[in-house]
Write a protein that binds this ligand. Structure first.
Ligand code: NAP
Length: 308
């Protein structure tokens, strides 16, 4: 089968670090154009806007949208309206309703919409899900603490309303948690810390439970210098499970059970090709719903101003 002609929109950090090399490696896709106000991709036609690109290159069959979430809906709507399959970077949008709107449009047009959650494809995530399904869990603690100055230098959008602040990495943890837990959970309490000069939180402390009274907590913090933590720790009847390094490694009672090289973005593109071929969409909004709930229920605390 000939490769699906794909275009990239929003040529920034994640497009360069992951999308370009992953598309290159995936025989299912051929990159034929890009649209970005400033960024460009070598050896293909580049356009300043998605409208110009869609008009000039009718052979495009699918687009990957890599711009900040506040601007994703408009581009996705244009692409779906023009008959293209759409890959949404995470988070899939700035609100739940706009993602549902895109889902309905994709269904109406018979196109595939993919709300990608790259962390779900981290190497040890499926093994963690299988382990948790085989035992009884008493509690789970999520610790997602990183240095925003290192990972998001000068990214203004991330601090603006809709940019999610510390939930930009935190939603990766939530995408794993919602995938590996045997039952759905819901937030009971949250505290969000906002720098006094920003519209998005720098830290969040969240408590969840489920119908059976599970004790689940999450600590997200962007002020972590030194060792970075992307860990999920579960106390279970079969021992202490630690899913560490953002889902890369799994250990139980200190014994390493799973440690393989990561392939998150190549796997996302394989999944996108799979749903296009199957004529379906893959849109799970559970991680974004928890973020919305945290904003709805959470206490606000104002902390020191943040400057890059
Ligand atoms: P980024 O480098 O700041 O932004 C991506 C590109 O989007 C920018 O270079 C810019 O290109 C375009 N853009 C910025 N503002 C725009 C606007 N107002 N309208 C249209 N386009 C705009 O951010 P990123 O780190 O790549 O993140 C983009 C998305 O990927 C986010 O949703 C993020 O959560 C997700 N993501 C990022 C990472 C990571 O490690 N950085 C990892 C996984 C997922 P032009 O100026 O050329 O238009």
């Amino acid at each position: 089968m000939s490769p699906i002609h794909i275009a990239l929109v929003g040529v920034g950090k994640i497009a360069r670090d992951q999308h370009l090399p992953s598309i290159e490696k995936t025989p299912d896709f051929k990159l034929i154009a890009a649209a970005s106000r400033h960024g460009t991709v070598d050896d293909i036609p580049n356009y300043k806007s998605i409208e110009d690109m869609l008009e000039a290159v009718p052979e495009i069959e699918a687009v990957s949208l890599c711009m900040p979430p506040q601007h994703r809906y408009e581009a996705a709507h244009k692409a779906l309206s023009a008959g293209k399959h759409v890959f949404l970077e995470k988070p899939p949008g700035a609100t739940l309703s706009e993602v549902e709107d895109l889902q309905a449009l994709a269904a109406e047009k018979g196109l595939s919409l993919f709300a990608s959650w790259h962390s779900r494809y981290a190497p040890a995530v499926e093994a963690a899900k299988t382990f948790l399904a085989s035992t009884t869990m008493r509690s789970m603690k999520v610790i997602w603490k990183e240095d925003v100055r290192h990972w998001h230098p000068n990214q203004e959008w991330i601090w603006q309303a809709g940019g999610l602040g510390v939930f930009d990495p935190g939603i990766n943890a939530l995408s794993i948690v919602t995938h590996i837990l045997p039952r759905p959970v819901f937030i009971t309490k949250a505290t969000l810390e906002f720098p006094e000069n920003r519209d998005a939180p720098i830290a969040a402390d969240i408590k969840f439970t489920d119908a059976a009274g599970l004790d689940l907590s999450a600590e997200f913090d962007w002020r972590q210098t030194g060792k970075q933590s992307w860990d999920i720790i579960a106390e279970t009847d079969a021992g202490r499970m630690v899913l560490s390094e953002g889902g890369a490694k799994l250990s139980v009672d200190g014994t390493l059970k799973h440690d393989e090289p990561e392939q998150e973005y190549p796997m996302l593109y394989r999944r996108f090709a799979e749903i296009i071929k199957a004529g379906r969409s893959d849109v799970d909004i559970a991680p974004l719903r928890h973020v919305a709930d945290a904003f709805m229920l959470g206490r606000r605390k104002f902390v020191d101003a943040f400057y890059d």
